[in-house]
Design a protein around this ligand. Structure first.
Ligand SMILES: [Zn+2]
Length: 426
């Protein structure tokens, strides 16, 4: 009987542990216990502090938004599924490739503050007077497709998603994959994932995610977002564990990192996040939790707390300044030859609304070259064409004369790249 009670208790514990927990502190302790990694870490932080000071001077003295400091930053990504055999079915592998892309899409939305739920901030803001607004940086995460490491067997033009890759016997870094922003998806028990605090892509460092904390939607066999094996569904199902862990990789602390009087050196070391020393779970209403550090309210909707995916939706400008400073200090470590021109162009614009009534907008993140737009119908007949210079507006509204409903293709040509997007006219 005692045994039965004990196993019941263990099962119950698993279910309770299914709330958000992150292993960043343990990872940092491991780094600090290794003399070589410790030295790399401390040197990196020193370099970071200089970058942060430069950015702070620029942003706060001029009133410039951190979003406009750099041109669009592109990050080549690779996803690794060590427990999926290379001989697994094409269906599973394609499903996981799609799930990786879906994860990247939500990452891009969250870091650019174009996520649908960012609108919730409008009614929450009044509880948080130190937060000047929503933070975002101009960044595009892209799954790499070119010039993959020798011996990995991934052809040019194929996404950097690996199956059965050993990743140095389960280690958290692998120099084979240096230059990529690596994400390893594997079974990690009760924790959702972890990352080094300040990561080095040049050394092949990774973010590790638990299988059920990866992606959103219905998932794939063995990789169902928000459904830990043997437990009930939790609120971890919108891909935000990667938003959180990448925050750590880019040197963000938890918002509940402690109280203190000088925000530059205490707590999460970000001055516009209200201090707190207690993590929050579930889905608290905005302003409903008073901080253990004083009278301020806990910023429970911040990605660097532990609340449910559906209830976290923002970074602050101070956090994004820190992310940009870390990026600036490691930018040269990314291997940009792993991205094709096509991806650079493709990730650089979007078309909306789609479907539309024949009038739609193309919005670019930036323009590095002149470009042309052609729209043709399903029979190949051109119904619109025009040419724009690099100095054009970042948004172009296109109107097709007397459109009939159906499928159309939009060609955007820039430099040597041509990207075709499908639109539907209703
Ligand atoms: Zn964390």
């Amino acid at each position: 009987m005692k045994k039965i009670i004990l196993s019941f208790f263990l099962l119950t514990s698993v279910a309770i542990n299914a709330q958000r927990t992150c292993g960043v502190e343990e990872k940092l302790q491991k780094i600090m216990a290794d003399p070589i990694q410790r030295e790399i870490y401390l040197k990196g932080q020193e370099k970071f502090e200089k970058e942060l000071e430069k950015l702070n001077n620029r942003v706060y003295r001029s009133g410039e938004s951190i979003d406009n400091v750099n041109a669009t930053t592109r990050i080549p990504m690779a996803f690794h599924f060590p427990s999926v055999s290379p001989s697994a079915s094409a269906t599973l592998k394609n499903c996981l490739r799609a799930l990786a892309q879906n994860q990247v899409n939500s990452l891009n939305a969250d870091y650019n503050a174009t996520n649908a739920d960012i609108s919730n901030w409008a009614s929450a803001a009044s509880f948080y007077p130190t937060v000047s607004g929503v933070g975002s940086i101009d960044i595009q995460f892209v799954i790499a497709t070119q010039n993959h490491p020798a011996g990995t067997g991934i052809a040019n033009g194929t996404v950097a998603v690996t199956f059965g890759t050993n990743f140095l016997n389960g280690a958290d870094e692998d120099p084979t994959w240096a230059g990529y922003m690596n994400v390893v998806v594997r079974n990690e028990g009760g924790i959702l994932g972890y990352s080094p605090l300040g990561g080095y892509p040049g050394a092949g460092w990774t973010v590790v995610l638990n299988t059920w904390a990866f992606g959103s939607g219905s998932g794939c066999s063995g990789y169902v977002p928000g459904v830990p094996p043997g437990s009930v569904q939790t609120g971890i199902n919108k891909g935000r564990t990667l938003t959180h862990e990448l925050g750590h990789f880019f040197n963000l602390n938890h918002t509940f990192n402690g109280c203190g009087t000088n925000c530059n050196f205490t707590g999460d070391r970000v001055c516009d996040t209200p201090p707190s020393s207690v993590e929050q779970y579930g889905c608290p209403s905005p302003g409903s939790i008073t901080s253990s550090c004083g009278t301020n309210k806990v910023l429970t909707m911040n990605y660097m707390d532990y609340t449910d995916d559906a209830c976290m939706y923002m970074f602050t400008p101070g956090q994004m300044t820190r992310v940009q400073a870390w990026y600036n200090s490691i930018a040269s470590e990314f291997n940009m030859t792993t991205l094709s021109n096509d991806e650079v162009v493709k990730n650089n614009f979007n078309i909306f609304p789609n479907p539309n009534n024949g009038t739609f907008t193309i919005r670019f993140n930036d323009l590095s070259d002149d470009y042309s737009v052609e729209v043709f119908d399903i029979s190949g007949r051109i119904v619109f064409e025009d040419y724009y210079t690099q100095s054009s507006n970042l948004e172009q509204t296109i109107s097709i004369d007397k459109p009939s409903s159906g499928v159309y293709f939009v060609n955007v040509k820039s430099g040597s790249s041509i990207i075709t997007e499908k639109i539907i006219i209703k």
